[in-house]
Ligand binder design. Structure first.
Ligand SMILES: [Fe+2]
Length: 286
């Protein structure tokens, strides 16, 4: 390093040079396993496949919990944290897309804060369980018995919250509502007498769910059925395959509808994405 005029070496320059050399040495002497872990983390961060697997697709196009690669990744020795296993999928529409039936503020809090918290807590519960972190959320929830007992409750609640909400966002859309068509419409009419009859029974399931939970239209044993689950229990607990589901937690409607859950359910029919429901019905029948 050249000595500046006067013979004084700039201490910042020296420190930067030493730090670079130290980081290079650390990189080359890191145990292979640690290097592999870092490489995997860098790959995941760069490729955006955190939390892949839900409903058979990557859900990390953009996410609240996505760890963006930092420019100092290779040189900062404090970045040895664990990979984030799951992340919040972005809403497939703007926060205000479902107005006036579901207000933008509710959507923002519901998606960013509530769904965000489920994912944060799920990732926290899975720390130190690389085998579970590597699985899809479906595989974890299908086999809750194989989750260690000390984290099973947290995984059931937070993993369930992640699964349910990831589906819920897709089951609504701007300009939704109307009536189902095709095979799904025929099956609803055959099972419940009419679409109006179905809506009445589905609403009753939502109203009848004491406390917090979900009302579902499921395919169970090849037939359409209406059911509800408590808290964040999913279709896997209910033993069916979801066609539609409505979140009846107060956080889904309180800002606009306060305690009147029935009005929220009535309004929700205006935003249902029946195309998505038909797709799920068709897949469930296979
Ligand atoms: Fe919710």
């Amino acid at each position: 390093m050249p000595t500046p005029p006067g013979g004084r070496v700039d201490s910042d320059v020296v420190e930067r040079g030493l730090r670079r050399r130290y980081n290079r040495a650390q990189k080359s002497t890191r145990p292979p396993k640690l290097r592999a872990s870092m490489d995997r983390r860098k790959f995941l961060a760069t490729s955006g496949i955190f939390g892949a697997g839900l409903f058979g697709a990557s859900n990390a196009a953009s996410s609240l919990l996505h760890a963006e690669p930092r420019p100092d990744f290779e040189s900062n020795l404090n970045l040895e944290d664990k990979p984030v296993a799951f992340s919040v999928p972005p809403l497939p529409y703007p926060n205000d897309a479902l107005e006036p039936y579901i207000d933008a503020r509710t959507m923002e809090i519901h998606h960013d804060k509530h769904h965000g918290a489920y994912v944060t807590n799920l990732n926290k519960a899975l720390e130190g369980h690389p085998d579970l972190q590597a699985k899809s959320i479906d595989d974890i929830l299908k086999n809750l018995d194989s989750v260690p007992e000390n984290i099973r409750g947290a995984v059931r609640n937070n993993g369930g919250g992640h699964w349910n909400h990831s589906l819920f966002w897709q089951l609504m859309k701007k300009g939704g509502g109307g009536e189902p068509k095709g095979d799904l419409a025929a099956a609803i009419n055959a099972s419940f007498g009419s679409f109006a009859g179905f809506k009445e029974k589905f609403k009753a399931a939502g109203l009848g769910r004491f406390g917090s939970g979900w009302a579902w239209l499921l395919v169970k044993d090849g037939k359409l059925t209406i059911d509800s689950t408590a808290n964040q229990d999913t279709q896997y607990i209910a033993g069916g395959k979801a066609v539609i589901g409505i979140d009846v937690w107060e956080h889904a409607y309180y800002l606009k509808y306060q305690n009147v859950r029935g009005d929220y359910i009535d309004a929700w029919w205006n935003v249902v994405n029946w195309d998505k429901a038909a797709e799920l019905y068709s897949a469930a029948k296979k």
